[in-house]
Design a protein around this ligand. Sequence first.
Ligand SMILES: [Zn+2]
Length: 155
Amino acid sequence: MKHTEFKRIRDELMITVRHELTIEKIKKSGRSIPKGLQKPSKNTSDDVLRFCRDAVNAKKSNDRFTVELTVDELFVIASKTLRCPICGCALDYQRGIHCRKNNGASLDRKFNENVVNKDNVWVICSKCNTTKSDRTIDEFIEYMRTCLRNLDAAS
Ligand SMILES: [Zn+2]
């Protein structure tokens, strides 16, 4: 077996194993498994890598950003992020960076800075990214608290 083939299969296995471990952890905690997590992820390491390349290139082609993030660094982050850290849905890396499907993976700048590096990005779902928009994490949390307060008051 060629080394690259071995690496690809190993990466795919790691992604599957991580998914299984996440399910196991949720089951042990007694919580119910979020809907998007019930089916095993179909993302392959090639899907994740393509997403990373496209996402880094898209940021690079935008004059607003100084991109220090490399494809390899993003790949390390993305292959550990199989579900959206905000809503918990299973991320879909297969449909590329322009996927507007609810659980399509998307690269988000946590603090909305113009310098993009491995410390200020994360991968969240397209729907959460649309909702978060240009808010920082703190602004987004404050926004959600306000929404809850207003909805509580209205009910
Ligand atoms: Zn989400």
